[in-house]
Design a protein around this ligand. Sequence first.
Ligand SMILES: NC(=O)c1ccc[n+]([C@@H]2O[C@H](COP(=O)([O-])OP(=O)(O)OC[C@H]3O[C@@H](n4cnc5c(N)ncnc54)[C@H](O)[C@@H]3O)[C@@H](O)[C@H]2O)c1
Length: 311
Amino acid sequence: MAVYVVTGGGGFIGSHIVEELLRRNQTVRVIDNFSTGKRENVEPFEGTAEIIEADIAEGQNLPRFLKGADYVIHQAAIPSVPKSILDPVKSHHANVNGTLQVLNASREANVKRVVYASSSSVYGDSPTLPKHEGMMPNPLSPYGAQKLFAEIYCQVFSRAYGLETVSLRYFNVFGPRQDSTSQYSGVLALFIPAVLQSKRPTIYGDGLQSRDFTYVQNVVEANLVACTVPGVAGQVFNVACGDRITVNSMLQQINKITGKDIAPIYADPRPGDIKHSQADITRAKEHLGYQPKISFEEGLRNTIEWYRRNL
Ligand SMILES: NC(=O)c1ccc[n+]([C@@H]2O[C@H](COP(=O)([O-])OP(=O)(O)OC[C@H]3O[C@@H](n4cnc5c(N)ncnc54)[C@H](O)[C@@H]3O)[C@@H](O)[C@H]2O)c1
């Protein structure tokens, strides 16, 4: 049995990682300041996981929280392009300074490996598709830049201190528990509740923009293998399905599964949004043994079912 610390474990992806680790009988500690995450996400784990309410960017207590940890799965961040455009200094503090504090404390605590939640936003809007890890990053938003800086810190901590780190570039993750209450929520978390309530969702742009939507359980699997697979320290991997679906066709599929026929409202594109996104996942398959086991459609059905029960 190993000890895992999940930063941001009160969030959408983090809480799924915690759930799976507990299912596998591992020891879990969550560090979260519950800024975007929710207490109710971790309530079912109280008593089995240790829940620490703390801000990772205020690093003074982190070495104590990480004591005895084997692996740190670092999810905590302000995970939003629009929020980073509105307040780049605040999101830099959480996303870059916070990651630096986590890495430094992990080094002090002799953690075996840190797995970092990076993002497809580091690629920006280069026309080459699919995006592969050998491409030059070209972020369009402060959020993308912050995710890239934090990746570089992860690589540097591997080189300079021998702390093993792995960065996973997630592509548009969706699934149960994704926050649907903010205008900044992920597109599926906004569209599914809207359609279920017969409200018209807003599409920014013409809806022909496309994304590599990735069901959260695939991301959980990638994190868990990235903790223990040997020989990948300091590396970066795409985590996605390797497919591409337009926002228009995603809405059609939601309509089909829910038996509705809701038309969108089209609005101007948002600054910092990229047109197309699709991952080449060859490297993750070859080096991590990662396979996206749950398809977009199966993930969509599970997610719709969850919102139906929880709205
Ligand atoms: N959801 C996606 O599609 C996606 C895509 C690419 C990358 N990511 C990355 O995955 C990670 C998890 O994202 P998510 O979608 O689950 O978002 P989320 O907002 O649900 O989770 C982030 C968690 O971090 C916590 N947090 C934020 N700042 C903190 C701080 N300073 N100290 C302690 N905790 C803090 C929040 O309270 C929240 O629980 C983030 O790093 C995000 O950048 C997400």
